[in-house]
Design a protein around this ligand. Structure first.
Ligand SMILES: C[S@@+](CC[C@H](N)C(=O)[O-])C[C@H]1O[C@@H](n2cnc3c(N)ncnc32)[C@H](O)[C@@H]1O
Length: 370
């Protein structure tokens, strides 16, 4: 029997589960914690506590409890499974994948770990891996749903606009400190250094001369670096929250919430018909096929104008979707796509704009001239 956060003595786990099922996960967690603290909770009680905390949205606490359960029961596949699930809920994807693989080493029949593993691969942008894993499972509504997402990701040639908007709307508040402080992000400075090499005559130290369009301007980190060169600086971004942050800097003449491919094709009254310089710092990682954006940028540049952008390095003559759902582009692909859009490649250098897990992420900084 379940009453006001008490859990029944005859079947405490069943009672806690009933609380979770009826939307009273916080009460279940409280009661289970009390039981464990009184020395009356075994592994099952701990795992139910993890489930209750996760259901209550207390992701960090669920993770801590799951770690504790594994440290007390290192050989128990169910405990490692709970840890994998908690890591997945916390979006700590490499760790989640490692723990879910450990579950399968402990118990190769645990299909639920395979299903979570497919989900983790998908979230990490590894649709091919996810699909391989799903194909080892009996078809079910869950496998079919994940398979559909994986196939759509494999077929897509750019990141979904809704996904990008949601991601950056969530991230906007912490973006600057996370990117610059945590990931050592240097995309804007890398592009400025490249501009110094390929267009020195246009970088008039005496004053702001250029009309500049910042594609995927985010919070305006590239705007800050390029503003001294600009007579006019415009920015577009899919994420309203990022645009809000960019606006707070008061360095842009015009800001618009827009998809960059659509805006380049049809700029509307807010943007100029042609710019001297178009920037895209760490933005094309959300586009796979660059042919549309390169054609669009060529159409929005004055003759002799420049497009400067960074990308992450991918398969030489193509592009693929890497971990963290960021697209990666190869050098031969970049050169041929640029030339097909009518650009001359005036600079293409290896450049890591950020670090991941302490390692520089290989990439390119590219300068194209119309
Ligand atoms: C990693 S942030 C980089 C922001 C900024 N350029 C910088 O250097 O700090 C990528 C930005 O590109 C934007 N973005 C991605 N795809 C876009 C698209 N198709 N159209 C417009 N903005 C896009 C995102 O919303 C995000 O603000």
């Amino acid at each position: 029997m379940v009453e006001d956060g008490q859990i029944g003595e005859d079947d405490p786990i069943g009672a806690a589960e009933a609380l979770i099922e009826t939307g009273r996960a916080n009460e279940a967690a409280q009661a289970l914690r009390a039981r464990i603290a009184a020395g009356r909770g075994g592994l099952l009680a701990r795992l139910t506590l993890v489930r209750a905390l996760a259901a209550a949205g207390l992701t960090g606490e669920a993770l801590a409890e799951a770690r504790e359960a594994v440290s007390l029961n290192p050989g128990a596949a169910v405990a490692v499974l709970a840890l994998g699930e908690a890591l997945l809920a916390a979006e700590l994807l490499p760790a989640a994948i490692a723990e879910l693989q450990r579950v399968l080493r402990l118990d190769r029949n645990m299909d639920i770990a395979r299903l979570h593993l497919a989900e983790a691969w998908l979230k990490a942008g590894e649709a091919g891996q996810a699909l391989n894993m799903l194909q080892t499972l009996e078809p079910s509504p869950d496998t079919e749903r994940l398979e559909q997402v994986a196939r759509a990701m494999l077929a897509a040639r750019r990141s979904d606009a809704g996904y990008v908007r949601h991601l950056f709307d969530q991230f906007a508040g912490a973006f600057d400190s996370h990117m610059v402080g945590h990931l050592g992000y240097a995309g804007p400075q890398i592009l400025l250094d490249l501009a110094g090499l390929v267009m020195p005559a246009l970088m008039d130290p005496a004053g702001a001369q250029l009309s500049v369009l910042d594609l995927g301007c985010g919070t305006g980190l590239a705007g800050v670096v390029f503003r001294p060169l600009a007579a006019r600086l415009d920015g577009i971004d899919l994420s309203p929250r990022m645009i809000e942050k960019a606006g707070e800097r008061q360095i842009y003449d015009h800001l618009a919430v827009a998809d960059l491919e659509t805006a380049l094709a049809d700029p509307g009254p807010a943007l100029l018909a042609a710019y001297d310089l178009i920037l895209a710092a760490d933005t094309f990682v959300y586009l796979g096929d660059l042919s549309g954006v390169l054609a669009g940028a060529a159409a929005r540049l004055a003759p002799g104008g420049f497009l400067l952008f960074t990308v992450e390095a991918g398969p030489d003559d193509g592009y693929d979707l890497g971990p963290k759902r960021r697209w990666r582009h190869g050098e031969a692909y970049l050169r041929s796509a640029a030339e097909a859009a009518g650009f001359s490649v005036v600079g293409l250098v290896a450049a890591a704009t950020r670090f991941d897990a302490g390692q520089p992420v290989p990439g390119f900084a590219v300068a194209l001239m119309r």
